[in-house]
Design a binder for this molecule. Structure first.
Ligand code: CS2
Length: 449
């Protein structure tokens, strides 16, 4: 079978061919993984198709490996996206840079008007080695020197206030003159991004080849659902993402909190308590699905505000349906990774909100206990703080809770000192250690609240 490329596009069914063929590269993306390819790249292509404005080709960059460049370059950066039974080759990506390539020159090019980032939660840590944000700042410096005009930089990672967070980290790396230029020329709008995109497997590639009739090593599999809410604050021009289904709003915060806490928080609960290998399997377990509803209804939903006129009950139902999608092989190990970077915004912030109101966030505390069990018992722990998280798996629950609550980057000083929270997590961990997760959830379900 031949490889997917512009030259072989004619072999593909017309309905599966790209919607647009950009002539200019207006977007630079840092972190061109599966999520970007199935989300922002798709919105950008649709925006070009809706308007005929073909200046929004994407130059993607990888921070650590040449893998994506090796897969996409031989295919003219074309790749297929399968959502349910619908397959389409996406044409918005024009170029992929490997780690050593000159990213700064791309960021300094006058035709570049927008930069998007998916560098994962841990990409926003203050880190001495060269980081994606460090490379972004080098690019801003080159752009300022070239006087190449305004730029909008959009963090598409699952962090609260992601725009302001990124702007703050950029500012820390800028010298005074550059900071002034950034202040006048660069905007960092906040966004909420949503689409479940499991890591592509060998079987996914085989399936894509069978559907397209050509080999595609850049294929991604996702769900039909996609959502993008963007703060309407741009420094210059942008793709017409609003014409592709994105929502441009004055305040992203209510959507962002809702998604981070309910979807991502729900995901983390699945990762640390379900015992399943894939998300959809967890939803097949009635005791676990019941627990997830309680977590959302009792501990997470009451912490959300600003959603007047929005049907939250419907949103939660749709999440449970999305999680249960049997067509997505979403490994819980992928979600369990980097918990130290994910728990704070997903579950600890809502715990704080509940505690401040005098409530006991016991379902959240049980997930935190599940995470503590995970970090003390996993043989391979995938987390930037792994060295400090690992510990004696035979220690008492109280000792483990004490040790881990002391990690201030995760729990802050406030949760460490909070006696109600400590007692809830300790109780949860004692139960998990004694009975395992399945029996604990069943007992909690049967017992009084
Ligand atoms: C997941 C997210 O891996 C994880 O931690 O919770 O990647 C999730 O699938 C996306 O945010 C969905 O939009």
């Amino acid at each position: 079978m031949v490889r997917l490329s512009r030259a072989t596009l004619s072999r593909i069914a017309p309905a599966a061919r790209p919607l647009a063929e950009p002539r200019v590269t207006g977007v630079v993306h840092l972190g061109i993984g599966a999520f970007h390819r199935a989300h922002q790249a798709v919105y950008t292509e649709r925006a070009m198709a809706a308007t005929g404005d073909d200046r929004w080709g994407i130059c993607g960059a990888s921070q650590r490996s040449t893998d994506v460049a090796d897969r996409l370059r031989p295919q003219d950066c074309l790749y297929g996206v399968r959502a349910g039974d619908e397959v389409r080759v996406v044409g918005s990506v024009r170029d992929v840079l490997a780690p050593g390539d000159d990213l700064a020159a791309r960021l300094a090019a006058p035709e570049t008007a927008v930069v998007t980032l998916t560098i994962t939660e841990k990409g926003y840590r203050r880190d001495p080695p060269p980081t994606a944000i460090g490379r972004l700042v080098s690019g801003l410096r080159a752009r300022a020197a070239a006087d190449a005009g305004p730029l909008t930089v959009i963090s598409c990672d699952n962090l609260p206030d992601n725009g302001a967070t990124l702007a703050g980290l950029v500012a820390e790396l800028c010298e005074p003159a550059l900071l002034e230029w950034v202040g006048q020329n660069v905007r960092f709008p906040a966004t909420m991004v949503d689409r479940i995109v499991p890591a592509t497997t060998r079987a996914d590639l085989d399936d894509m080849a069978a559907r397209l009739g050509v080999i595609d090593l850049g294929a991604v599999v996702t769900e039909p659902f996609a959502q993008w809410v963007i703060e309407d604050s741009f420094a210059g021009e942008r793709p017409a993402w609003d014409r592709a289904g994105a929502l441009l709003v004055g305040d992203v915060r209510p959507y962002e909190r809702m998604k981070l806490r309910l979807l991502n928080g729900g995901h983390s609960a699945i990762a640390y308590l379900s015992g399943a290998a894939h998300v959809s399997e967890a939803m097949g377990d009635a005791a676990f699905a019941g627990f997830l509803r309680r977590l959302m209804d009792d501990d997470l939903s009451p912490t959300l505000d600003g959603l007047e006129g929005f049907d939250l009950a419907e949103y939660k139902e749709s999440l449970l349906t999305r999680f249960a999608n049997p067509g997505l092989r979403h490994r819980v190990a992928q979600i369990a990774a980097d918990g130290s970077q994910k728990l704070p915004q997903r579950l600890l912030d809502p715990a704080r909100d509940r505690l401040a109101g005098g409530h006991e966030p016991r379902w959240i505390a049980l997930v935190v206990a599940g995470w503590m069990r995970h970090v003390t018992t996993s043989r391979e722990l995938d987390d930037p703080l792994a060295g400090r998280l690992r510990g004696d798996a035979t220690a008492t629950a109280a000792a483990t809770v004490n040790r881990l609550l002391a990690i201030e980057e995760v729990f802050g000083a406030d949760l460490r000192e909070n006696r109600v929270f400590r007692a809830l997590v300790t109780d949860g961990l004692e139960r998990l250690n004694a009975d395992g997760a399945a029996a604990t959830l069943r007992a909690l379900d049967a017992g009084p609240p």
